[in-house]
Design a protein around this ligand. Structure first.
Ligand SMILES: [Zn+2]
Length: 467
C-alpha cells in the first residue's frame, strides 16, 4: 500500500490552479498571513491588557479550517482506505459492501448492497475510480473495477421489465443512475469497456414502454433518466442516447397538470412538490438540459413554467421554498438539503442557466445560495441531506458562476465535518448505526467524493448535478 503524507496532499493542492481567481497555493499563503496577523493582534491585546475573549474562538476556528483545507485530500484517502477495507471480495472478481436498511417494521437489517448510485455499489465504485485517478494508487482502481463487475452482474441477473418498474429509471435509483457511474468510471479509470456497458444500461430502459411511466422526478423517474442519458452522451455522443432523453422529455410534457395559477407541473398524490429530488426544480433542470442539448424550445418553455410554479410557492418570510411532502393538514416544513429545499433548488437553477437565464432565475439562485450560506449546521454529514451536500452545492455554484468565495465557504463546511468526525467511522451517516456505510448519497463514498472535489475542484464532475 502507498504511504501518503500531509506534504503529498499539500503538493497536489499546490499544483491545482483551478477555476478560482486565486490559486489554492496563494489562498493557503493568504490564510497563513491572516493567521499571523491575528496572532500578532492577540499578542498586542495581551500586552495592552485588553479583553480578548471574543476573538479567541475565531482564531481557533480559522486555524482548524486552514489545517483541514490543506488536508482534504488526505481525508478522502482515509475514507477510501476504510471503504476498501470494508469491501467483501468474491472469488469471481467482484466487490460488494454490506448495507444497513431500516425495514417497514423499524428493524435494522443487513444485506448486500444493490447496484444503484444512491445506495448501491455504483456509488463506492465511482468514488474509488475518482480516488484512483487523483492518487494513482492501484488498490482503488482494482476495487472500483471489482465493484463495477458486481454492478454489471446484478444488472444482468436482475434487469427485466418487472425489476425496472419496481426500482425506478432515475438519476439515483435505476439503470440510468448505474449508466452515469459506469460512464464516468470509464473515463476516470481509462477503461473503455465500462462506457459500452453504460450505453447498454441506458438501452435497457429505452426498450421500456415510456407511455406507461408515471414517475416524473429526478430521483427515480423520467427527469433523472434524461440527466443521466445526457451525461453519458457527453462522453459518448451517439444519437440513440439523445433520442431516448427526448422521448423521456416528451413523456414529461404529456404528464403535466395545472397547479397553482394554472401553471402546469407534475402532481405526486395530488401535491405538486418543490425541490430537486421529487419536485419541480429537478424536473425543470432536466428539461433545461434537454433543451440545451437538442435545441427544442418546448422543453425550455416547460422548464420555465415549472420554475414559475415553484417561485409562486416561495416564502420570503422563511427565505425558502416549502416542502409539500408533509400532510396537507400540517404546517409545511422548509428543508435545507440537496434533496429538498433551497440548496438543491439553487443547484438546479444554476444548472439550468445554459437554456434559461432570466432575472427571475438569477433571483432564485441568489435566494437559494443565501439560504444555504446562512443555514445552521445540519444534523448529518452526508451529501443527500447533510453538510457535504450543501458544500457540494456551493462548490458547483463557485465553478459555474465564477465565484471563488463560494469555494471557500464550501471548504469551511467540509472542514467542520472533518474536524468533528476525526475518523471515517465518526461521520454522521444515515442510518447512524451499523457497519461501514460505503454508499454514495447517505454514506462515506459521497463524503469522500465531495472532499476530493473540494481539494481538486476542476478535476472531477459534480455527481450531485449529474455533470
Ligand atoms: Zn436527502
Amino acid at each position: 500500500m502507498t504511504t501518503r503524507t500531509k506534504n503529498q496532499s499539500a503538493a497536489v493542492l499546490a499544483g491545482n490552479h483551478g477555476f478560482s481567481l486565486i490559486s489554492d497555493e496563494k489562498l493557503l499563503q493568504l490564510y497563513s498571513a491572516m493567521m499571523r496577523c491575528r496572532m500578532i493582534g492577540e499578542r498586542v491585546r495581551v500586552l495592552l491588557g485588553q479583553d480578548k475573549a471574543v476573538k479567541d474562538d475565531a482564531v481557533g476556528q480559522e486555524a482548524t479550517v486552514v489545517g483541514v483545507t490543506a488536508d482534504l485530500l488526505a481525508e478522502a484517502v482515509r475514507i477510501g482506505d476504510a471503504i476498501v477495507r470494508a469491501a467483501v471480495r468474491g472469488a469471481d472478481g467482484t466487490a460488494c459492501w454490506v448495507a444497513t436498511e431500516k425495514e417497514a417494521d423499524y428493524r435494522m437489517e443487513m444485506k448486500p448492497m444493490g447496484p444503484h448510485l444512491y445506495d448501491g455499489c455504483a456509488g463506492p465504485a465511482l468514488f474509488l475510480s475518482a480516488l484512483a485517478n487523483v492518487t494513482g494508487d492501484p488498490q482503488y482502481r482494482d476495487t472500483a473495477l471489482a465493484a463495477f463487475r458486481s454492478l454489471n452482474l446484478l444488472m444482468a441477473s436482475l434487469s427485466g421489465p418487472e425489476w425496472l418498474a419496481g426500482q425506478g429509471i432515475g438519476g439515483c435509483f435505476g439503470a440510468p443512475s448505474m449508466a452515469y457511474a459506469l460512464a464516468h468510471g470509464s473515463v476516470l479509470l481509462d477503461a473503455p469497456g465500462l462506457l459500452a456497458q453504460a450505453e447498454q444500461a441506458i438501452d435497457t430502459v429505452a426498450r421500456m414502454n415510456l407511455d406507461a411511466e408515471m414517475r416524473a422526478n429526478v430521483f427515480n423517474g423520467l427527469a433523472g433518466a434524461i440527466l443521466c442519458a445526457i451525461a453519458v452522451h457527453r462522453l459518448s455522443p451517439k444519437d440513440h442516447l439523445l433520442e431516448f432523453a427526448s422521448a423521456c422529455g416528451r413523456r414529461l410534457l404529456a404528464l403535466r397538470q395545472p397547479a397553482l395559477h394554472s401553471l402546469r407541473v407534475w402532481p405526486v398524490e395530488e401535491r405538486s412538490l418543490t425541490g430537486l429530488s421529487y419536485g419541480a426544480a429537478g424536473i425543470a433542470y432536466a428539461l433545461s438540459a434537454l433543451s440545451a442539448a437538442t435545441g427544442v424550445a418546448e422543453f425550455r418553455d416547460a422548464a420555465a413554467e415549472a420554475c414559475a410554479y415553484e417561485r409562486s410557492t416561495y416564502s420570503s418570510e422563511v427565505a425558502n421554498w416549502p416542502d409539500f411532502r408533509a400532510s396537507a393538514d400540517a404546517a409545511f416544513p422548509f428543508a435545507m438539503k440537496w434533496c429538498h429545499g433551497a440548496p438543491g433548488i439553487a443547484l438546479c437553477r444554476i444548472g439550468s442557466l445554459a437554456a434559461l437565464d432570466t432575472p427571475d432565475i438569477r433571483a432564485d439562485i441568489d435566494a437559494g445560495l443565501c439560504a444555504t450560506l446562512s443555514a445552521p449546521p445540519a444534523s448529518t454529514d452526508v451529501v443527500c441531506c447533510g453538510e457535504l451536500g450543501r458544500a457540494e452545492v456551493l462548490l458547483f455554484a463557485a465553478a459555474r458562476l465564477g465565484r471563488p468565495e463560494l469555494l471557500e465557504s464550501a471548504r469551511r463546511i467540509a472542514a467542520r465535518s472533518v474536524s468533528t468526525a476525526s475518523a471515517p467511522s465518526g461521520y454522521r451517516t444515515i442510518p447512524a448505526a451499523g457497519p461501514c456505510h460505503a454508499d454514495f448519497h447517505r454514506g462515506l463514498a459521497g463524503i469522500g467524493y465531495a472532499l476530493l472535489r473540494l481539494s481538486s475542484p476542476n478535476r472531477l464532475p459534480s455527481v450531485l448535478a449529474w455533470e
